[in-house]
Design a protein around this ligand. Structure first.
Ligand code: CDP
Length: 253
């Protein structure tokens, strides 16, 4: 967040891309697009393009990294060299290691890891094109890929950020808003339990501004959650009626 007073982010009180303060960029999610992965999904979120692939549960190697009572959810966030205007140096850097860690921790909150001791569930998040908010897009699409892989979960996680530009709290920062705004607060949200499983803050907000940002993001996460479910429904639409589905669910639990 390189705040820069000279960069205009609002014109006549409006955002430059024409969105209202509580409006998301366009989001499209597709489930199950990679044949070789156990589960996969793809998201386009504004100009972001992010792919997620899930492998596992499978035996954890190296063995010393195994957990005897549960599976490890191991997310790896990676930006393609061509995903940003300046070529991104291939390989992990401090930022991608941090994002991988917090996405792993957020997903671990919803996966029933205790069902798979000594295993690993690998979640690869590949950013093909980046334009602000890639950690939220990555977390969102990874949740769909986990569900596509049939991994038992209590819910999916939806991610979204809000922030502050020119003293206004706005939803889902675009590229310049993210780079030159005053604050950015990405969250991961579990709709069923209304819990947060990721919360970061770059920049400063007053308590009132923070509460406004959270309200915007949580409402947006509910919207994103419907898109996640929609992507899965599109792939797994069924002719079963609700009673038959309940019966199947009981069998799994
Ligand atoms: O993507 P996200 O907002 O989660 O993370 P960020 O660290 O706040 O990065 C914001 C944006 O800066 C990214 O989405 C990219 O568009 C851009 N960026 C870049 O151009 N080159 C990098 N090495 C890292 C980020």
């Amino acid at each position: 967040m390189a705040s820069n007073e000279d960069i205009e982010l609002l014109k006549d009180g409006e955002r430059l891309d024409g969105r209202s303060f509580d409006e998301l960029r366009d989001i499209n999610i597709e489930a199950g697009i990679l044949k070789r992965a156990d589960g996969s999904a793809y998201i386009e979120w504004g100009k972001n393009k992010v792919m997620a692939a899930v492998y596992g549960p499978r035996e954890m190697h190296p063995r010393h990294a195994q957990e005897t009572t549960k599976a490890v959810v191991r997310a790896r966030y990676n930006m393609a060299a061509f995903s940003v205007p300046d070529r991104k140096r291939p390989g992990p850097d401090r930022r991608s290691i941090e994002i991988s860690k917090l996405v792993s921790e957020a997903l671990e909150k919803v996966v029933f890891t205790e069902k798979y001791p000594r295993s690993v569930i690998d979640v690869f998040i590949e950013v093909l094109q980046a334009s602000a908010g890639t950690r939220c897009a990555g977390l969102t699409v990874a949740s769909v890929a986990l569900a596509d892989a049939g991994i038992p979960m209590s819910d999916m996680v939806a991610g979204c950020a809000s922030g502050k530009i020119e003293d206004q709290v706005v939803l889902d920062l675009g590229k310049n808003e993210d780079n030159y705004g005053q604050a950015d607060v990405p969250i991961g949200y579990i709709p069923r339990t209304e819990e947060l499983c990721l919360l970061q803050m770059d920049g400063n907000l007053t308590i009132e501004e923070y509460e406004k940002a959270m309200e915007l993001s949580i409402d947006a996460c509910e919207e994103i959650y419907e898109l996640q479910r929609g992507a899965l429904k599109e792939k797994y639409s069924t002719d079963l009626d609700e009673d038959e589905i309940e019966e199947l669910k009981e069998g799994v639990e």
